[in-house]
Design a protein around this ligand. Structure first.
Ligand code: FMN
Length: 250
């Protein structure tokens, strides 16, 4: 069956009335000006057949490329399947995190279970967020490494508070951690730095995060220069003093 508007083959169809024609309509057909589709036909989300009247009525079904963003949803667990307190393996949050983190780490479909959002804020309280990798945790806190001169690094030094957030979609689990942050000792950062593969150590030296670089060539040639200097000789790569870890205390 093909779409009455764009003639593409229809993966997902619905009966529609378009500019006087009745037929099958490719749900996400971008050839269709939304105004051409009668309201009734628009009220079904593109991923399931659930009624989406509220979104349409409030005028939020829209995106520049025709994706029905407001209609994107998956079926969440029904109330009786929902997670309850008696399923906690530990009432102590780090113990519970440990249990969930273990499960997440064992999922092949989760590429980086230790990837988390790190939110920081400037002294004025202006927030920013980005992904970083968890590199250790215990009751004392959650460790990650970065460039101290990056935006996040500067913000954490100026305003030492952060929020971390893990989301493991396949498990429908999310963990939030908020609290004060402090720099790890030089000794601990150096130890971790040298545990990284030499190419990653060089990457940390070369990468001046959050700054505009002259060109990719400049970066590549610095990378090659350091590889030649250290990889072929086996010399230890010194940890730059602008690189190291932080620990967020829950
Ligand atoms: C999955 C993932 C993991 C990342 N892990 C780190 C990390 O551990 N440390 C880091 O400095 N940047 C990491 N980055 C890059 C940051 O997200 C960010 O782009 C960069 O550090 C500059 O951030 P800033 O300008 O806000 O300081 C990671 C990016 C992704 C997508």
């Amino acid at each position: 069956m093909s779409c009455v508007v764009c003639r593409c083959s229809v993966v997902s169809i619905r009966a529609a009335h378009v500019s006087g024609r009745v037929g099958s309509l490719h749900r996400t057909c971008t050839a269709v000006p939304l105004g051409d589709i009668p309201v009734r036909s628009r009220l079904y989300s593109s991923r399931d057949e659930t009624w989406d009247g509220d979104s349409v009525m409030s005028g939020i079904i829209s995106s520049p490329n025709g994706i029905d963003v407001a209609g994107m949803r998956k079926a969440y667990k029904a109330g009786h399947e929902a997670f309850t307190e008696d399923e906690l393996v530990s009432k102590e949050p780090i113990g519970q995190f440990a249990a969930w983190f273990k499960v997440a780490s064992e999922q092949d479909s989760i590429g980086e279970a230790n990837a988390m959002t790190l939110a920081t804020a400037s002294k004025e309280g202006r927030p920013s967020a980005r992904m970083v990798l968890l590199k250790g945790y215990d009751k004392e806190g959650f460790k990650f490494y970065t460039n101290y001169e990056s935006r996040k690094g500067k913000e954490l030094i100026d305003n030492p508070h952060a929020a971390l957030c893990f989301y493991w979609e396949i498990l429908s689990r999310s963990v939030r951690i908020e609290g004060p942050v402090e720099r790890l000792t030089e000794e601990e950062s150096t130890k971790y730095f040298h545990s990284r593969p030499p190419t990653s150590q060089i990457g940390a030296v070369v990468s001046h995060q959050s700054t505009v670089i002259e060109s990719r060539d400049v970066l590549t040639s610095k990378d090659n220069e350091l590889k030649e200097k250290y990889l072929s000789t086996g010399l230890a790569i010194p940890k730059p003093n602008y690189w190291g870890g932080f620990q967020g205390h829950p």
